[in-house]
Structure formats: structure tokens, C-alpha cells
Design a protein around this ligand. Sequence first.
Ligand SMILES: [Zn+2]
Length: 235
Amino acid sequence: MKRKLEMLEQLQEIDSEIDSLKRNRNDLDKELDAITGNLVLAKNALAESENRLAELEQAKGELEKNLGMEHENIKRAETNMKEIKTNKEFQAVGREIAAARKQVAELEEEFLDRLSRIEEINAAIAKGNSDFVELEKNSAERRNQKEKELASISESINAGSERREVIVAQLSASIMKRYENLRAQRRGQALAVARDGYCLGCNMQLPPQLYNSLFRNDEMLLCPHCQRILILKQG
Ligand SMILES: [Zn+2]
């Protein structure tokens, strides 16, 4: 029984190590996802700016066209004016020209507004592009580093699993079943140290008779409070 308990203790140690390696692996997977996620976000933001720029360019083009038309209108009206005979007609064309000039002023204001927004967004895109290049470079370096760590963790997990198999092969199926069930129920810790009359798994006092039986080391004893397999450690 002493040998079996020692093997269970080794098993517990290996399993704890593997559990912790798997947690590290999960963390690294999440970090890799975050690196990819940040790149996607940056790329989407750039694409959005490009769309915005295209919209502004289109609006600017339309304004240019409208301005051209209004200038044409003014020119035509001014030509017409030379052939006007009556005062009434003169006033009508004068109003037409005034309205067209007002329209031109408004269109020019809008045009300048689009122009300055286009400049702003172009600057933002240029900065976004160079930031993205930098981000891609950093991301590749970080990804590389994380992937190396992942590879080394996988190696350690495999090595642990191999050591585990050697021990499991020497333990009976019923002991293994009990061990695995306890591990599942007790957050990965199927074994608990018994010391000075206490179970250190749940910090409860053990019945004195049970505690004394542990010294005989001839059977597998469970803590009556947390059901963990007890391993006696003195001193
Ligand atoms: Zn206990």
C-alpha cells in the first residue's frame, strides 16, 4: 500500500503540473487570438477610412460638377444680358445671376469643407497604414515568441503524459477510477496531506483513530470530510 500511495502522490504531482501547463497553453492561445484580433480591428478601421474617403471624393466630384453647371448658368445669363431690351427682362436675368452666384458661394463652401476632410482622412490613412505595418511586424514577432512557448509547453505536456502512463499502468483500474473521480470533484486534487491530526486538503481535524491508522500505512484511507485520499506527512 505504501508503494501505491507513493505512486498516487507522483501521479498527483504530474497531473498538477500538466493542469498548470494546460492553463498556460490556454492563456497563450488567448494571447494569440488577441494578436490576430487586434490586426483585424486595425485592418477594418483602415478599410472604413478608405470607404469614407471614397464617399468624400464622390461628394467632391458631384460638387465640382454642380459648380461647373452654375458657372455655365452665370455665363449664359451674362451673355443673354447683352441682348436684353426691357428693364423687366434685365431685372429678371439679374436675379437669376444673383441666385446662381449665391448657389456658387454655397457650393464652394461645401467643396472646401470636403477638401479639408479629404486631407484629414488622407493623413489619417497614411498614419494608419504605417502604424499597421509596425503592428504587423510586432505581431509577427510576438506570435513567433508565443508559438515557441506553445511548442515547449506541448513538449512538456507530452513528457508528463508519458511519465503518467508508466505510473497508471502499475495502478489498478479501481484505484484509478477513484483517483480520477476525486480529481474531478475536488478541483484536480485527489490527494491530501494529513499532518498533526488534520487533513490539509480541507483543514478539518481527522478522527484520532483514523489518523493513527495512517501510521500503519497498510490501507488507503480517505478523509471523512473531503473524501480525499490521505497521505501522511509528519513533522
Ligand atoms: Zn479533508
